[in-house]
Write a protein that binds this ligand. Structure first.
Ligand code: ARG
Length: 470
């Protein structure tokens, strides 16, 4: 039975039911709908609509309904009601009879769903932040495990300058740090309770919205009833944060796919996160990473789809907005999966540090050192760059590294170039020189690992505190 049948004479078209009903999607809001309903019952009891005894009866029934839903979520999904709000109300009336019909006094599904979805989003944001912390921890662990491993660093996918593998790990720790901050920021901005906005102009009952908001863990009530029921910016923002996080994960994935390739061979992925080919027995494909890379596309699409759904909608509520849930749910589910697989991938990968070091040494990626060395001997940088370019050209023609050029060859390019340049061309010297804050010098990277760990410990401790408080 729909919540609104009496005004209608003709039967509903089955196709209308098919397009209109949302229970198969919004059943996932059931715990939040019950939480919101319990808070609403207390609010209208405060306004004199319910007696203390009635409120207690409703509350007990709602607790029971939540337990039933928790035990068998599929049964809620398949119950055939119009939406999750209808399901809860029907269950309530089945348990407490006419008293159950009083709960919706002064409330609309418009402020109800806006509240439910904020509650759901808050829980999910907390879960994603916790998963981001785990992914960051896996990166920090890998950085610590591979503190001495050298990689070729790339620009334009051309070998550019050597870099510590740990420095690569920490780059992604920083990106994920901002992703967590974006989620936390979205969380605090959406921490306003729409209940009391009713359908669009505010409820006619004298409820205390501040108390109601706080009882649901919100910071405050929403300030404008029209805004409260008709914006979904928090959905757009949350999916946006998720999509950007997925974009970062896709870049981790791409780097690792390349490092794992036969051509690079800097790492080997574990069997646990790879698959074989149905035709070629020798293959071991980086499927988990490819999916990590691929799923970012879906998240970006969902972000855009909700923004486009909202664009140009008149105030206040419109049924278009029911389309907010599927993309939000899917985005959060997918990001969760992506984040959770990161520790599995990183924990199991083996680094072929001999190979990565050889690659870092090849490709004349120490040419900048030679130029810098000339600068140290008084050659203006532009000239030093030019001389070095000619040295590199010559080394390429001969098929040798810069260090392998003879003293005579070196001297033929510039009188300043003598054998003492060689020690400056070694990888250790080159890395040690990047001794600037944020640079790849081993001392800096070791300190950065410690700092990242300390920041992570503090973040995890704060999250645990909040769980205790709320
Ligand atoms: N299922 C609806 C949604 O998700 C709930 C709000 C319905 N409101 C209405 N006036 N029909 O948006």
């Amino acid at each position: 039975m729909a919540l609104w049948g009496s005004r209608f004479e003709d039967a509903t078209d089955p196709l209308f039911t098919a397009i209109n009903d949302s229970l198969r999607v919004d059943h996932r809001l059931v715990a939040d709908d019950v939480a919101g309903s319990r808070a609403w019952a207390a609010a209208i009891r405060g306004a004199g609509v319910l007696s203390a005894a009635e409120c207690a009866r409703l509350d007990a029934a709602l607790v029971e309904i939540a337990a039933v839903a928790r035990l068998d979520p599929a049964a809620v999904r398949d119950a055939g009601d119009e939406d999750v709000h209808s399901w809860v109300e029907r269950e309530l009336i089945e348990r407490v009879g006419d008293l159950g019909k009083k709960l919706h006094t002064g409330r609309s599904r418009n402020d109800q769903v806006a509240t439910d979805l904020r509650l759901w989003t808050r829980t999910q944001i907390d879960a994603r932040i916790a998963e981001i912390r785990d992914a960051q921890q896996a990166l920090v662990d890998l950085a610590r495990r591979e503190t001495d491993t050298v990689l070729p660093g790339y620009t334009h996918l051309q070998r550019a300058q050597p870099v510590l593998f740990a420095h690569w790990c920490l780059a992604y720790v920083e990106m994920l740090q901002r992703d967590a901050a974006r989620f936390a920021d979205a969380r605090q901005r959406q921490s306003e309770c729409p209940l009391g906005a009713a359908a669009l102009v505010g409820t006619a009952y004298p409820i205390d919205r501040q108390v109601l908001a706080e009882s649901l863990g919100f910071d405050r009530p929403t300030a404008n009833s029209l805004d409260a029921v008709s914006d979904r910016d928090f959905v757009v923002e949350t999916i946006g944060a998720a999509a950007l996080c997925a974009v970062h994960l896709s870049r981790i994935a791409e780097d690792l796919i390349f490092y794992n390739s036969g051509e690079a061979g800097f790492i080997e992925l574990s069997d646990a996160v790879t698959s074989g080919s149905s035709l070629m027995p020798q293959k071991k494909n980086p499927d988990a990473l490819e999916l990590l890379r691929g799923k970012a596309g879906g998240l970006l699409g969902r972000h855009v789809s909700v923004a486009v759904m909202l664009k140009g909608l008149p105030l206040a509520y419109n049924k278009d907005m029911q389309e907010d849930k599927e993309p939000l749910f899917a985005a959060m589910d997918e990001l969760s999966l992506c984040l959770r697989i990161v520790p599995a991938v990183l924990g199991g990968l083996e680094v072929r540090s001999e190979r990565s070091r050889r690659a870092a040494e090849a490709g004349h990626s120490n040419a900048t050192e030679l130029a810098d060395w000339l600068v140290g001997r008084g050659v203006p940088f532009r000239d030093a760059h030019d001389i070095t370019g000619r040295v590199v050209r010559h080394a390429i023609d001969r098929g040798v590294s810069l260090e392998a050029l003879t003293d005579e060859e070196l001297a033929s390019f510039a009188p300043q170039l003598d054998e003492s340049v060689r020690e400056h061309l070694a990888i250790e010297a080159l890395l040690a020189k990047r001794d600037v804050m944020g640079g790849t010098a081993p001392t800096r990277v070791r300190a950065a690992i410690d700092e990242a760990q300390a920041r992570l410990d503090a973040a995890v401790a704060t999250a645990a505190d909040r769980e205790v408080i709320v």
